[in-house]
Ligand binder design. Structure first.
Ligand code: TRP
Length: 72
């Protein structure tokens, strides 16, 4: 089953921002952690394996719904 979804962009505003991918399906667990340093940008997609993403640290997240900033 293909569950390719929307793209989103995360731009780190400090060193050590974590982008954590959570699994799709019955159990929701972390499956990947990506560490971004200040100014680094990650372009990612919701997929068959990833249904949610958690961002830890100061960052801007851009989605089709608009931009959102983490607070800190
Ligand atoms: N292998 C993962 C997947 O295909 C890679 C991935 C996609 C990912 N989107 C992500 C990892 C978001 C972390 C955050 O689902």
């Amino acid at each position: 089953m293909e569950q390719q979804g929307d793209y989103f962009i995360i731009k780190a505003k400090e060193n050590g921002v974590h982008v954590i991918g959570l699994t799709r399906g019955q159990d929701t667990r972390f499956h990947h952690t990506e560490k971004l340093d200040k100014g680094e940008v990650m372009i990612a997609q919701f997929t068959e394996h990833t249904s949610a993403v958690k961002v830890r640290g100061k960052a801007i997240i851009m989605t089709k719904f608009g931009n959102v900033e983490t607070e800190q």
